[in-house]
Ligand binder design. Structure first.
Ligand code: C5P
Length: 335
């Protein structure tokens, strides 16, 4: 989205195929306020896009259809429930374009893993429709469609490192220097985001000793996102300095305890990362993927190997961050 960094960003004109790559994310910090009347939680979060990608290939078709490949593909709906097909419908409605499209999703990001794979598909679908249909959507149009689809979709478009407020969809770019090296412990069975937020609510109610009345009463004044505190400042400073040790110490996730309560084995996964010298380890978003920050690319590989050896992951990934958001990749000539 936005600036084109070279002619390779645009498929050859007249090409009947459009390819888009969109990254997964890790939340470096995720702070969650009490649930609001709309059922959403106000957030203050710092996203980083990482080099784990969804690849979407769009081709002209009579109808609007979808196919999926990659690990866990069988867990992904191919009907109208799929966020990528909803993105197609929204772009069509917004532009008045009455065209078909076939999207093939190749999933690299864990499914229901807390790394926004579904959001990345939706972001990629927006970019793909725009290109294939020559719809001429502005960046603002794309972001508006994205925000309608889900809280993490705008970030999948924007990429890099950004602070998210609201539902996570109101974004401010963050200054980040250098490259960070991640290892991810992936589980075959994902966690439903809504279920993790419900577990968060249940735990918050217990800890605070509040009842429904208290929640209703205090809720009226606490729907703003959590205000930045010293830990947030330390995180932003670590990013500006490109200091992975400080970043490791600053990682945090308010949803982590809820995710661990729903999937207790994650406690051991986090422990394996710490025992292997991770600079920090955190559940990614609503989980169950665990993200561990390495000292180097090599150390990230060591962390991934430790997850495998300990038997705490169904699959492991290594990646670097930050990377760009959803973008066209070369057509016939390749990325
Ligand atoms: O926005 P999205 O559809 O991705 O969110 C999925 C679910 O996660 C929502 O239905 C809601 O239950 C929960 N959620 C939340 N607060 C947020 C974002 C998501 O409670 N800020």
């Amino acid at each position: 989205v936005g600036r084109s960094t070279g002619s390779g960003d645009r498929g050859p004109s007249g090409s009947a195929e459009v390819r888009v790559r969109a990254p997964g994310k890790v939340n470096l910090s995720l702070r969650v306020g009490p649930v609001g009347p709309d059922g959403y939680h106000p957030l203050t979060t710092v996203f980083q896009a990482v080099s784990v990608y969804e690849e979407v290939v769009a081709t002209p078709a009579p109808d609007r259809t979808l196919s999926v490949s990659g690990p866990q593909a069988e867990q992904v709906p191919t009907d109208a429930a799929n966020l990528a097909l909803r993105a197609v419908e929204l772009v069509a409605a917004r532009t008045g374009i009455d065209e078909g499209i076939h999207l093939h999703l190749h999933k690299g990001v864990p499914v229901a893993g807390g790394m926004a794979g579904g959001s990345a598909d939706a972001a990629a679908a927006i970019v793909a429709c725009d290109a294939l249909w020559r719809a001429g959507l502005s960046r603002e149009d794309m972001l508006a469609v994205a925000a309608e689809l889900g809280s993490d979709v705008p970030f999948s478009l924007v990429g890099h490192t950004a602070v998210g407020t609201g539902r996570g969809d109101v974004l401010t770019p963050a200054l980040a220097r250098g490259e960070f090296h991640w290892a991810f412990a992936v589980q075959d069975r994902g966690l439903a985001t809504a279920a993790v937020y419900r577990a968060f609510d249940a735990r918050a109610a217990t800890t605070a000793g509040t009842d429904a009345d208290d929640t209703a009463r205090t809720g009226a004044t606490t729907h703003a996102p959590p205000v930045p505190d010293d830990d947030d400042l330390a995180l932003m400073q670590a990013l500006r300095a490109g200091d992975s040790h400080a970043l490791g110490r600053a990682l945090r996730n308010d949803l982590q305890d809820a995710a661990v309560a729903l999937d207790p084995a994650l406690a051991e996964t986090l422990d394996v990362a710490r025992r292997t010298g991770a600079l920090g380890a955190v559940v990614s978003g609503s989980g169950p993927t665990v993200a561990a920050l390495g000292r180097s690319r090599q150390h990230a590989l060591v962390l991934a190997a430790a997850f495998t050896a300990a038997g705490v992951a169904d699959r492991v990934l290594t990646a670097t961050g930050p990377v760009a958001g959803a973008r066209l990749v070369g057509g016939a000539e390749g990325p």
